[in-house]
Write a protein that binds this ligand. Structure first.
Ligand SMILES: NC(=O)c1ccc[n+]([C@@H]2O[C@H](COP(=O)([O-])OP(=O)(O)OC[C@H]3O[C@@H](n4cnc5c(N)ncnc54)[C@H](OP(=O)(O)O)[C@@H]3O)[C@@H](O)[C@H]2O)c1
Length: 247
């Protein structure tokens, strides 16, 4: 256990699997008490909590659908009720329907925007009731806000582009409060949502400098740095961690 986040409380949305689980584990390993949300995967969320506890950390899981405003608000409230404060918000939950626009139903478009954009805005607004000087907000956007080298992800890319703009705008609003906000834009990372051996993998690898997908632990390490005491001069930044996807 490191101690760079000792005494801090973090809320990680979508912490039951993939990148969010990697972030939750790393923040806990660095000393934070971690609340993590999930939509459906109770068993996997409980397993992440158990893994954190087995490693000597502190965590608990909250069922909260990011598409539902009341759930988003309740997840912030439950975190503060459990741990007494909130210092770090990581907006990670997200995804999308991967299809060309002419194949997408309005409900799919609405859901992508609700989870990837609206939920992030609502979670930040609610968290601002608790975050104080030194507070950290870290959004998990996507490298597809910068580059979209194939068809079928336009609405997803639009949602992540919105997060980049939100991050810039809120940096101006939150600086006077001593709170930083940054947007981590991963390239391909091996998860259920984007498996390194999935059908789209060759397309992605062809666009990259490094010939491999990222590991969730690499995103977790980057997020932990941004959550910690050494990143205080970084705000409003859209930070690529992409294996050279944009090189
Ligand atoms: N993997 C990549 O290559 C990549 C690249 C760039 C950006 N990203 C971004 O990184 C984030 C995580 O992606 P991932 O690849 O780790 O995805 P993943 O493996 O599919 O995991 C998604 C996580 O988010 C949760 N989640 C999804 N919808 C939710 C909702 N409506 N309410 C609450 N939780 C919800 C899931 O909970 P359940 O387990 O309950 O379903 C799960 O914990 C997303 O924002 C994604 O856009 C991923």
């Amino acid at each position: 256990m490191a101690d760079s986040l000792e005494g801090k409380v973090a809320l990680v949305t979508g912490g039951s699997r993939g990148i969010g689980a990697g972030i939750a584990k790393r923040l806990a390993a660095d000393g934070a008490s971690v609340a993590l949300t999930y939509a459906n995967s109770k068993d996997q969320a409980d397993q992440v909590v158990a893994d954190i506890a087995a490693a000597g950390g502190t965590a608990f899981a909250i069922q909260a659908d990011s598409a539902v405003e009341a759930d988003v608000v309740a997840s912030v409230t439950e975190t503060v009720q459990r741990y007494g404060q909130l210092d770090i918000l990581v907006n990670n939950a997200g995804g999308g329907t991967f299809a060309t626009l002419d194949e997408m139903a309005t409900a799919d478009i609405d859901r992508t925007l609700a989870v990837n954009v609206r939920a992030v805005i609502l979670a930040i607004r609610e968290s601002l009731k608790h975050l104080g000087p030194g507070g950290r907000i870290i959004n998990i956007g996507s490298i597809n806000a910068e580059r979209v080298p194939f068809a079928g992800i336009s609405v997803y890319a639009a949602s992540k582009g919105a997060i980049a703009g939100l991050t810039r705008g809120l940096a101006r609003e939150l600086a006077p409060k001593g709170i930083t906000i940054n947007n981590v834009q991963p390239g391909p990372v091996d998860t259920d949502n984007n498996p390194a051996d999935g059908p789209a993998a060759p397309l992605m690898l062809a666009a990259m400098a490094l010939d491999r997908f990222g590991d969730v632990s690499e995103i977790g390490a980057f997020v932990s740095f941004l959550a910690g005491p050494d990143s205080g001069y970084i705000t409003g930044a859209n930070l690529n961690i992409d294996g050279g996807f944009t090189a």
